[in-house]
Design a protein around this ligand. Sequence first.
Ligand code: DGJ
Length: 703
Amino acid sequence: MSICYLKEQNLFEIRTHRSTYLFGINERGTVQHVYWGSPVEASECADRLKPRHHSSFDAAIDQETEEFGGWGGTHFAEPVLRATFSDGVRDLKMVYDGFGQPGDRELVIRLKDAHYALRVEVHYRVIPEFDLIERYVQVYNDETQPVKIEQIMSAVWSVQALPEYRLTHVTGRWAAEFQLRSETLSEGKKTLESRRGFTGPHANPWFAIDNGKADETSGQVWFGALGWSGNWKIVAEKTTFGHVRVVGGVNDFDSSFVLDPGSSFTTPVFTGGYTSEGFGGMSRNLHRYQAEYVLPSSRPRKVLYNSWEATYFDVTAEGQKALARRAARLGVERFVVDDGWFGARNSDRAGLGDWYVNPEKFPNGLQELIDEVKGLGMEFGLWVEPESVNPDSELFRKHPEWVYHFPTREGTLLRNQLLLNLALPEVKAFVLDFMTELLSRYEISFIKWDMNRTVTEPGTMSAEGLEGRSVWIRHVENLYEIWAELRRRFPDVEFETCAGGGGRIDLGILRFADQAWISDNTDARDRLTIQEGFGYVYSPSVMMCWVTESPHGFNGRSLPLSFRFHSAMMGGLGIGADITGWSEEEMEEAARWVAVYKEIRPTIMQGDLYRLESMRNTNAAAYQYVGQDGQEAVVFAFLHSQHFGSEERRLRLQGLDPNAVYEVESAPGATVQRHGSTLMNLGIPLTLQGDYKSRLIRLKRVD
Ligand code: DGJ
């Protein structure tokens, strides 16, 4: 049993394979957190339930460690619930009202207000094998009057007392997503959030806390990732009594909404975990969890070609066919036409919203290209950006009232586009209809779903009675519903989440998306940093990476084709260059790498990721993937630049069987046999010299 109620102590114990999570009901009826960490004997921990009192200024310190704290009375920490009742009362007194166990792995704690018929269910779902707990909350209004919900978060996570608390998170911007940061928390709050209507590249809903000493292979780490693709907020608060709690969920900023009598609201899931195996252990647990509990399918990523960087908006049937013929020679499995195939889309100034095939670019229709692509043995995929509209489009001229809009304001144009108010039922129906028509009419196996601007002026002109501020939430709910419905209608079509690069990646959208476009920055060196940050949280099996031109268009950096391939082979491999201009040598080398990728793909897709070295700390980076059955492993090693005479570098591998013998192939034909113990302790020499050199090392267990 993963969940146990210890009646005598009034404690709830959630056990995973390598952790214990404890909370209980204290004398005052508060649901109080007790412990989260390496396994303990639950029955011996009840003394932690005693209410604490310090002074009239800190009358109930124990409220700082509540499992679910509503704002009211002496609760002063970041609340999980704030509400205003119809009589104007803005105070909650949530009292424990029993529990339920819908299954072996689920626990529901019921709370209700002492006066009003407002009920809350706090849900826990245990994933014992990965030491994770999924949490979410349902709030029910059983009043006869509406209740205004000002703030409703998914969970509060309490971290064990530590001498120091280090918070690790990611920050970023367009073309530089997933940049890792860490800092020591002092008293006060550190807020990570999005107020831009989508997950955003500026931060990502994930946190990790350790004592400042955890590393890749060891140390205790507490962490959590939230599944919400709209405005979100994670607050890490260190109270003046030294307690650290992390509250996360839908951002309450500009987001209060009315809960009608008899209705309820369910928050997104906030998944938390604990490991004593450092940041590497954290990532691997999160990755396996995604594969088994989050992602919609376990299909391996297809090697894809994408036309964006080759043609931008200059899409023509002939041009795409020429690219397709070259792509097929490389071993590409899926050919994707990006932006520019529809309406009057000759630049980013027009056409968005007009989802019909441009007759000048495709005089014989799109099917001609699809036939060519399929004839070459590849699948066909298409780019769309359904939530956006250019003012210069037929759609906007017909439905100007569909965009987010405040009546007295000019809508802000970003990338010359406005955003459709997906919260409106008619807009939702429009998107679902045109996508259904597109996917029914053509043999499309893959959709890249983009979104290239943030939400601004989040008003609505509709008389639908939608309460203004709830659009933030409704947009995301409708988006999820559309994706779910499209997946139901077209179960064989795969979807990619993209928002001007990696602007919409989180555990919410990953319930519907097979893969993710993580950045528009395709420079293979910049990518190493972006991919590393991404991999802290998200599985390499969804991480799409393309090989593009050298010198790179963004930063002018020249990189060998092998370096570009190695960097892009660490997730789902794609090619995004103008391959019609590649020489025969380049084509042959690229085809060789694609063939190698297909051989190692199962190890990348289903294996465990170990970060061996990072360019955040040194001039080299190395990443190892160990196949699920332990029979094969691959290492990608990268050198930024070499210091002449510097000490010989050795890569100490991880995750191998110390007693097993492995055949190590550092270059085609150059193999040695070594024990796992030698490979993990002495390591293998990294004999890279010069600038921007890289190597793929393959290991096979031979005994
Ligand atoms: C942003 C995406 O991230 C790119 O890959 C490309 O699809 C462009 N949008 C197209 O407008």
